[in-house]
Design a protein around this ligand. Structure first.
Ligand SMILES: Cc1ncc(COP(=O)(O)O)c(C=O)c1O
Length: 417
């Protein structure tokens, strides 16, 4: 049996595959696994109760149930949900948008596959374009989505060391160039894996740069405002015709529902809808019907602000406290947690690679993600790429604490301390 070039490309081992397989194996394992590796959101009882109530009211209503499961949705996704989202964005942020500026996708991962291949790769005139990631490290899931090779190019960040073993990445705007070979810019904000939140000034500068070069700025808002709002900084969620803002229902607590939301110009939305029809016929209506009332009533935003955001703020603080406790005497830095639910740990001059550290930790029953996966498009050698790991603090506190203790022990051994 022979696979095509496409087949070989999309069946090879990737960081995302490793991460999702680790997640699946941990779920299935008889042995206890300290799962600090996945991007799974926390199971928050109050949030789950809210989801249960919303779903019960849908299931109790024959027409709603029909809409949820017994019909295909249109190619852009359930129109009522898109209308409600549009009016919510309009009321909350003043964006001049309608349902035609919104397309739904099968999770936002799927939106990135479509968007990146829409703007990058081989162009109709034979030239090639790339997606520029202005600040690497960047989200692991972008890594392998290109139909062709070398879809991404990325820039190193400017690093600022802060007090208390913290540091922060900034976009190195002085060294950021957008040439004719760039088809779009993309940033995740808050950033997975680092928990960084790009400042409004950084976003404005990137937005200007994109507009001047007539390419879109894609902002991955999977953790951002207005939902799930896992963001610990006062920043603006901006949109204009040249911005493609991607949201998701996953990090609210329902990743299995697979609903992504793309807010963009009508032209881009029409493009996504057309690709949806080819790739999936229709996207799932489960998330859109399940949550349409909560979008209309504002309950989705309320629960994001009153429960989800404080929950992760507390879990980040707790995890940071344990890092400080267990890593005393080790030369380490942590990216300042400003959003999402990860800690990004940096061990300067670590004598082993972060991947070796991942392997050793796996042997000890602790799953993390090696930092080297998070540099899509940054091909140059840079020791920093091999010195970081990502840990999630979305699991139960005992698991996070125990996991951090094991990691600290392993890192000490690697340094010979
Ligand atoms: C930054 C970021 N973007 C996108 C996604 C994809 O999420 P989903 O496909 O579940 O919407 C994730 C998931 O971990 C993420 O962390």
């Amino acid at each position: 049996m022979k696979f095509s070039a496409f087949g070989e490309r999309f069946t090879r081992s990737t960081g995302a595959l490793q991460l999702m397989d680790d997640l699946g194996a941990a779920l299935d394992s008889e042995e206890p696994v300290l799962m600090l590796g996945g991007g799974n959101p926390a199971r928050i009882p109050q949030v789950e109760q809210f989801f249960r109530e919303e779903l019960e009211s849908v299931v109790a209503d024959d027409r709603e149930l029909g809409r949820l499961a017994f019909n295909y949705s249109p190619s852009g996704g359930d129109r009522r949900f898109r209308r409600e989202l549009a009016s919510m964005f309009k009321n909350r942020f003043g964006w001049p948008i309608t349902a035609d500026n919104i397309a739904l996708t099968s999770g936002s991962q799927n939106a990135f596959f479509m968007l990146f291949n829409l703007f990058g790769g081989q162009m109709a005139d034979g030239s090639r374009r790339q997606i520029l990631l202005p600040l690497a490290p960047e989200y692991i899931g972008y890594n392998d989505v290109g139909i062709g090779e070398k879809l991404f190019t990325a820039n190193r960040p400017r690093i600022e060391l802060l007090d208390d073993n913290l540091f922060k990445y900034f976009v190195d705007l002085d060294n950021l160039e957008v040439g004719p070979e760039i088809g779009a810019l993309c940033v995740s904000r808050p950033t997975n894996p680092t928990g960084n939140v790009l400042t409004d000034e950084e976003i404005d500068a990137l937005s200007d740069l994109a507009r001047r070069n007539d390419v879109p700025l894609i902002v991955d808002n999977a953790y951002g405002a207005p939902f799930p709002n896992i963001i610990d900084r006062k920043v603006t969620t901006a949109w204009n015709e040249n911005t493609v803002l991607c949201l998701s229902l996953s990090k609210l607590g329902i990743p299995a529902v697979r609903t992504g939301i793309v807010v963009a110009s009508e032209e881009i939305v029409a493009g996504i809808s057309a690709m949806n029809a080819t790739l999936h016929l229709a996207v799932s209506s489960v998330g859109p019907v399940w949550l349409h009332r909560a979008v209309r009533s504002g309950r989705l935003i309320d629960i994001s602000n009153s429960v989800i955001r404080p929950y992760y703020r507390d879990s980040a603080e707790r995890a940071l406290g344990w890092v400080r406790e267990y890593f005393q005497g080790v030369d380490y830095h942590v990216h300042r947690p400003e959003g999402a639910f990860f800690l990004w740990l940096w061990f300067p001059d670590l004598p082993i690679s972060s991947n070796e550290l991942y392997e050793r930790l796996k042997q000890k029953g602790v799953l993390v993600v090696s930092g080297h996966h998070f540099f899509p498009g940054l091909d140059e050698e840079w020791q920093h790429k091999l010195e970081c790991i990502r840990i999630s603090h979305a699991q139960k506190p005992d698991i996070v604490r125990e996991g951090i203790a094991v990691i600290a022990q392993e890192v000490r051994e690697a340094y010979g301390l």
